[in-house]
Design a protein around this ligand. Structure first.
Ligand code: SAH
Length: 224
């Protein structure tokens, strides 16, 4: 990444632009005050290429290179709200760090985030951005997140930002009793955004929140 990050922003990337985005999402059904605050304080423009920074606070996904995209703010807000709505999880696993934007929003809300990314180059940049924002409660791992991060499990919540065909059993296993997982399911194209809840024993329940479009969860790791 070149030079210093302009965290505060100006004009199209200013605090006013962030406030406007949060107001718009509030009208679209995001009601959790903590989530709206996190969207107001997280500078999305530093998570994308400078050439696209003027679109950072449009409610739209944008390319981040390597065939990947930074998620749409509405989707980030919806998934985050689903995770924290019924009590704040303490330890959260994120699969698919990407730009690190969703990671930063989570880090503003929960105690500890563990984030796994399969593309090393994306992970490196995300790490730099979170360091610039002084978010110190995030640990990163370069690995195939389809297998989670078993050494740090169990998690109170798991958030997956790439779509597997089915809910991965490995991830279900790493969920603490009473924990919840939010993920797109269905592979390529349109997927269901699903919330999986683990009861106090070994039973799981599942319901669909809405329909979404994510990049597929890919196995293995890559440099770039
Ligand atoms: N939340 C991110 C979304 C990035 S797109 C953001 O807003 O920027 C999804 C990300 O998941 C991509 O970076 C992709 O490389 C990653 N990914 C896909 N399959 C993966 C896997 N098996 N393990 C870890 N990361 C994976």
């Amino acid at each position: 990444m070149s030079g210093k990050l302009d965290i505060d922003g100006i004009g199209m990337t200013s605090q006013r632009a962030r406030n406007r985005l949060a107001d718009r999402l509030a009208k679209e059904g995001i009601h959790h005050a903590g989530v709206l605050d996190a969207l107001r304080t997280t500078p999305r423009h530093i998570f994308i290429d400078e050439a696209l920074a003027h679109r950072a606070y449009d409610d739209t996904p944008l390319p981040i290179g390597h065939g990947q995209t930074i998620s749409q703010p509405y989707i980030v807000a919806t998934m985050t709200q689903a995770l924290v709505a019924e009590g704040k999880p303490r330890r959260v696993l994120e699969v698919g760090t990407g730009s690190g934007y969703q990671t930063a929003v989570l880090a503003a809300l929960v105690e500890q985030v563990y984030s796994v990314e399969r593309i090393a180059a994306l992970q490196k940049r995300a790490r730099e951005r979170l360091r610039a924002l002084r978010l110190r409660n995030v640990r990163f791992r370069h690995a195939d997140g389809g297998f989670g991060w078993p050494e740090q499990s169990p998690y109170d919540a798991i958030l997956v930002t790439a779509a597997p065909r089915f809910v991965p059993d490995e991830l279900k296993k790493q969920l603490a009793p009473g924990g919840r997982m939010v993920l797109p399911v269905g592979g390529e194209g349109v997927q269901e955004l699903v919330i999986v809840e683990r009861g106090d024993a070994d039973e799981f329940s599942q319901r669909t929140l809405e329909f979404v479009r994510f990049v597929p969860l890919v196995s293995g790791t890559a440099r770039e």
